[in-house]
Design a protein around this ligand. Structure first.
Ligand SMILES: NC(=O)C1=CN([C@@H]2O[C@H](COP(=O)(O)OP(=O)(O)OC[C@H]3O[C@@H](n4cnc5c(N)ncnc54)[C@H](O)[C@@H]3O)[C@@H](O)[C@H]2O)[C@@H](O)CC1
Ligand SMILES: [K+]
Length: 508
């Protein structure tokens, strides 16, 4: 559900403690107890001897509370402080003092080697949302030792060394078997490489009253069926009333494909059929039509004048605009190629039709290269851009590394600035609405990093737009379905890498 930044968590913590009046120690007790419950459950398979690596902040304090509850559950617990325990302050000092009075074994790490044979599991209570920059000396050493220990690690709140907001993993960063997120998931657990360091993520409540996330303006979500229904307002099963006909579900026009890449158009148009709309027309350079006629009988082919060259270089926007008449959505870009003046061509389409648009692939690059894009009319109809990180970088004039460093803000910034819906593809695709909400998708798998998977997604989103969904709804549901189909397709393969885009369509 909600996915927070460290600062949003801090503000909600503070509000809970200072305004609502739930003492910090109570939140901390709830946190530590929840962690202990997760560990006690794991101890059946991992073993009963746990080493708690404790930092000097409240993350460490959570670890001390967990240690107390684990001891109470009869497990063998040892605490190893990264810093001098005297440095612990406030609530952390309270937990330190309690820990020192109940027979818990504890010591300060002093560079000595750790006898890992004495422990079955490790609790990472070194750094949480208060971590800044690279883990300092003792912390970095302990993270490295823990990672090399061969012992499973349970991270409290976030793996130490992870940037809670961007998902960047510091050198070193804990590789956890499980992360117990306190109160809410943090963004860094849902964007790579952070997501790879977190292992299984379980969210445990710690007593923060409901409604505080909305009150504090949190607008980033992890997509699940609940979010689809309650927040996006769609029934993911897209139930159909009996008395409907294909006109009810709209007619999509897909402008895609060229001599070199006709397959992209075929994939996109076929995916649009599978997306549930009533009719799909595929606008393609007319000299290609004969070779494509029987490829997908359900598709209607519309040849666009090309003077026999099999590409869009001679395309007149007015021809495509007249084809767009009476359609409910238009998908532009897959396999289209580039040509002199393509930006002006696209602008004429962008401004010349009021129907929902999906802009993908080469059409995204036309926008990226159009130095007058800021002056293109802001469209009233849903307009969904579906860039992969490289296309996003070109659109936003960033490096791909910068985009990947903070995918959520890269997508949100562009969507809000241009009043469009942005689907920033990649592991954990990020959908950003023009109003600023961001939805992180968790379906899909690495096998989908295959040619044509993006063409399929563009077709599905166009199909959903033709059925009357808003840009946000079509993007979020389209990405969610596309990922689920990819997961079903991968499950049928010997190796996920053998997945091809057509397999995704077959599973939609
Ligand atoms: N405020 C509260 O009442 C609650 C806080 N919670 C816990 O508190 C954590 C946040 O605690 P804090 O804000 O105290 O900070 P952390 O415990 O996350 O860690 C920061 C501490 O380590 C030091 N530090 C920061 N960056 C470092 C680095 N790169 N290398 C080495 N040391 C570094 C800081 O000086 C600070 O003392 C959350 O992750 C969560 O585990 C939860 O118990 C929920 C309740
Ligand atoms: K941690």
């Amino acid at each position: 559900m909600f996915v927070l930044t460290a600062d949003e968590m801090r503000r909600i913590d503070f509000d809970t403690i200072e305004r609502v009046g739930i003492p910090a120690l109570v939140l901390m007790e709830n946190a530590g107890r929840a962690v202990a419950e997760e560990i006690a459950e794991l101890s059946e398979t991992v073993g009963r001897r746990w080493l708690i690596l404790a930092g000097k902040g409240n993350n460490g304090a959570d670890g001390l509370v967990a240690a107390r509850h684990l001891q109470d559950a009869g497990l063998t617990v040892t605490v190893l402080y990264a810093d001098d325990p005297a440095l612990l302050r406030n609530e952390a000092a309270v937990q330190r003092n309690i820990a020192s009075r109940i027979g818990l074994t504890y010591s300060q790490y002093n560079g000595n080697t750790i006898n890992w044979k004495d422990y079955d599991g490790i609790v990472d209570a070194l750094l949480g949302t208060g971590s800044k920059g690279k883990p300092r000396e003792a912390y970095a050493n302990l993270i490295g030792l823990a990672n090399d220990s061969g012992r499973p690690i349970v991270a409290i709140d976030i793996p130490s060394g992870l940037d809670a907001d961007t998902g960047e993993a510091g050198e070193p960063c804990v590789r956890a078997m499980r992360t117990v997120a306190l109160g809410f998931k943090k963004r860094g657990l849902l964007q790579y490489p952070g997501a790879a360091h977190a292992g299984d993520v379980t969210v445990r409540k710690i007593g923060i009253p409901p409604g505080l996330a909305e009150q504090h303006g949190v607008r980033t979500y992890e997509v699940d069926k609940e979010v689809l229904k309650s927040h996006i307002g769609i029934d993911p099963s897209m139930e159909r009333a009996a008395d409907t006909h294909k006109g009810t579900y709209g007619h999509v026009l897909v402008a895609a494909g060229s001599k070199a890449m006709s397959g992209a158009g075929l994939l996109s148009a076929t995916a649009a059929l599978r997306g549930g709309c009533g009719l799909v027309s595929w606008a393609v350079p007319e000299s290609l039509v004969p070779s494509l006629m029987s490829r997908q009988p359900e598709l209607m082919l519309a040849g666009v004048a090309d003077e026999g060259c099999g590409d869009w270089t001679k395309a007149d926007p007015r021809e495509l605009l007249s084809l767009a008449q009476g359609k409910q959505a238009l998908v532009i870009g897959p396999g289209m190629g580039r040509w002199e003046g393509d930006g002006a061509w696209l602008r004429a389409i962008w401004e010349g039709t009021e129907i929902p648009l999906v802009i993908d692939a080469d059409a995204l690059n036309m926008i990226a290269d159009a130095d007058d894009f800021a002056s293109w009319a802001v469209r009233q109809a849903p307009t969904v851009l579906t860039p992969h990180p490289g296309e996003m970088a070109r659109l936003a004039d960033l490096s791909t590394r910068d985009v990947q460093r903070d995918r959520i803000e890269a997508a949100r910034g562009y969507a809000v600035k241009h009043g469009v819906t942005v689907v920033l593809k990649g592991a954990r695709t990020v959908c950003a609405a023009a109003e600023g909400e961001v939805y992180i998708n968790v379906t899909g798998n690495a096998g989908m990093a295959t040619g044509g998977a993006g063409d399929v997604l563009a077709g599905v989103i166009g199909s959903l737009l033709a059925q009357g969904l808003t840009g946000r709804q079509a993007a979020v549901l389209g990405v969610y379905w596309h990922g689920e189909a990819g997961d079903r397709a991968a499950a049928r393969r010997q190796a996920p890498g053998s997945l091809i885009a057509g397999d995704i369509i077959a599973e939609l």
